[in-house]
Design a protein around this ligand. Structure first.
Ligand code: COI
Length: 355
């Protein structure tokens, strides 16, 4: 696909870039360019790489009023040989299309999605950290039509940002503490829980703030109907190792179908683990932790990768998991995944794409 590239007239100087890449954190440092395509008159324009700059939006743009917005998160890695590998971009493209459908937005064809992401990576290739870091790509789409009636907009912007990143959590690889919220829920049956739309994250912020007030890194949501079944964290999926079986909540339409989640399910089966996608309730989690049947738990997502859960806090108390230290299954699965992502292990499933 033809991509127009408009180079930034004042690129970040190499020494400043090197300084920014030393400790990028998560989501704070951005590259010099972005990719954009517009939906007008029922079709997409070709993608365009432009300098990263503020957007000019009409204050009546539908996204500002009715939150017609979706996004994705994906990563590119620099290998030891200096190649650039993008992890499972076609899975993100398909999920983006499903999110678009749920939010009554036009679908971005996979070819356009990939062309935009890959052109941005090539243009800002010097921003990809080596070693532990990666380049986080943030494709998103917003409704730009200036119109205050409540109906799907007729104009949209598809945009991709790139961000060199390090660890998602401040504590790095240290096990995280999670807060089980009984006050707030994330998604109900028939709602937008399976779509990666900004509204889901906006709705999670108050629960995340509650988690932080209780000294936790993340919130764990329970289901909206019974306040009983574990669903997912504020922005990541969750796994439990019980009696040697790896359990993760099923995809019933209220949780996000994580790319990391699906990759770990495959890797866990390859490791010979018994894997179950099934409902797991909070009372059983407490009992399994108390009896020692629960030996590990971890959160996972593109941004967080795999983060061991060392402690769970809730309104009536707190309990540790595996003495608060990361267990061997969590470490093995993380290493298997990141070795493939960074080109340090064979990739039998063809998950990485050279850019
Ligand atoms: C991701 O893991 O890519 C996400 O979108 C989660 C977000 C909370 C950073």
């Amino acid at each position: 696909m033809q991509t127009i590239v408009e180079r930034h007239p004042g690129l970040t100087p190499p020494d400043r870039r090197a300084e920014l890449l030393r400790e990028p954190g998560f989501g704070k440092v951005f590259t010099d360019h972005m990719a954009m395509a517009w939906w007008r008159d029922g079709e997409w324009t070709a993608p365009r790489i432009t300098p990263r700059r503020p957007l000019a939006l009409d204050p009546a743009a539908a996204v500002l009023h009715y939150a017609q917005e979706i996004f994705e998160g994906m990563k590119a890695y620099r290998t030891e040989e200096g190649e650039v590998l993008l992890f499972r971009p076609e899975v993100n493209a398909k999920r983006f299309a499903r999110s678009a459908e749920r939010m009554a937005m036009p679908q971005v064809p996979e070819a356009l999605f990939s062309a935009a992401v890959e052109a941005l990576i090539r243009t800002d290739r010097d921003w990809i950290p080596s070693g532990e870091g990666s380049l986080y790509l943030r494709p998103f789409m917003i409704a730009t039509e200036a119109f205050l009636g409540v109906r799907p907009a007729t104009e949209y912007l598809f945009c991709v940002l790139a961000c060199p990143v390090g660890a998602y959590f401040k504590g790095g690889a240290k096990p995280v503490t999670v807060w089980a919220s009984t006050t707030f829920t994330r998604a109900a049956a028939g709602g937008t829980g399976a779509a990666k739309c900004g509204g889901n994250y906006a709705g999670s912020l108050i629960a995340q703030a509650e988690a932080i007030r209780h000294g936790c890194d993340q919130v764990v949501f329970l289901d909206a109907a019974e306040h009983r079944w574990i669903e997912e964290l504020g922005g990541m999926n969750v796994f439990f190792l019980v009696d040697g079986t790896l359990i993760t909540p099923p995809l019933t339409g209220t949780i996000l179908e994580g790319v990391t989640r699906s990759s770990l399910l495959t890797l866990a089966r390859e490791e010979g683990l018994k894997v179950e996608e099934r409902p797991y309730d909070f009372e059983t989690l407490k009992a399994d932790a108390a009896s020692g049947r629960l030996t590990e738990a971890f959160a996972c997502g593109t941004a967080a990768v795999v983060a061991a859960i060392g402690e769970v806090r809730h309104a009536a108390g707190a309990f540790a998991i595996a003495g608060g230290v990361e267990g061997p299954v969590t470490s093995t699965l993380r290493r298997r995944l990141t070795d493939i992502q960074r080109g340090q292990a064979p990739d039998p499933h063809g998950w990485t794409r050279r850019v």
